[in-house]
Design a protein around this ligand. Structure first.
Ligand code: ZN
Length: 122
């Protein structure tokens, strides 16, 4: 696996978490998710996001409703299922733990390494 693919592999999960988080508040459509993720600096295409939403729906995390008359131009609105809420709750704990270890503990370590007061007495 190339480095680029490895990064993308991880980011796909990060994007799933964004989708769950936002769909928990109100129904979201693919175009909104794409704009949201671009706002965060992720260059995502419809060819990535729509299949991702469809897979999350198949897993039972999202439910899709057709907005409007259900014709060919109808927008697919995704909202969180009860299972999706459970998954999101678990992911919040995972993200919190990860942030604590990867960011907070790392910052503490970097801070103490650069803080002369923490150097052992000589
Ligand atoms: Zn977001």
């Amino acid at each position: 696996m190339s480095k680029k693919e490895l990064v993308r592999d991880i980011l796909l999960s990060v994007w799933r978490i964004h989708i769950l988080h936002h769909a928990a508040h109100r129904p979201v459509i693919g175009q909104w998710i794409i704009r949201e993720l671009r706002h965060h600096g992720y260059e995502v295409s419809p060819g990535t996001i729509y299949p991702l939403l469809a897979r999350m729906e198949r897993r039972g995390w999202l439910v899709c409703e057709l907005d409007g008359d259900g014709g060919s131009k109808a927008k697919r609105e995704y909202s969180l299922t009860p299972l999706g809420h459970d998954v999101l709750a678990e992911l919040r704990a995972v993200v919190g733990e990860l942030h604590h270890e990867v960011v907070e503990e790392w910052e503490e370590r970097m801070g103490s390494e650069h803080d002369p007061a923490s150097l052992p007495d000589s």
